[in-house]
Design a protein around this ligand. Sequence first.
Ligand code: CA
Length: 223
Amino acid sequence: MRILVVEDDPDLNRQIVAALGDAGYVVDKAMDGEEGHFLGETEPYDAVVLDLGLPVLDGVSVLEKWRRAGKKMPVLILTARDRWSDKVAGFDAGADDYVVKPFQMEEVLARMRALLRRSAGHATSELTCGPMVLDTKSARVTVNGTAIKLTSLEFRLLSYLMHHGGKVVSRTELVEHLYDQDFDRDSNTIEVFIGRLRKKLGVDVLHTIRGMGYCVSEPDNAK
Ligand code: CA
């Protein structure tokens, strides 16, 4: 899952980026509204953390422009103290949730998990596929109740496919959502990671759809 953080306070920006990175997300950052708007319009993010008080272009305007351009990714806005009018303006502009400053980082992480889950159509933190369970809260994967040890990239890859369970995800899409913008991307490595994941999971839930991409589904529905 790839997330954009738009926040002009350098310390806060760094803290949010670090917390999301530790939680296993790929994170890009922007320090003003114009840069944030550009990234959100050109890169395919799974979610955005957007401060409303931003230099150059304010957060509400950024959000309005994204929504007008048809960008549908879930957006969590950061609002100052208890400016209720900011929240209203934010929701009217297309925000999905908000956190009031100052906040506990845990709250941002919990709200982000819920936003990503809901936008993928899941109601709980546990995503299940046959004998495999991926807990988005603890970032753990089990198969038939046994914990499987995965590297952070393997987890990200599996998590993205699980969030889009049943749908075919192309290699290009995976590359775009698993690496940040500065990463030297090579879509051939995806095949290698899929192979490793299959071996570690030991169950037939990761399917290659020739010429199209990959899909997670129960062993019985193997294509
Ligand atoms: Ca600000």
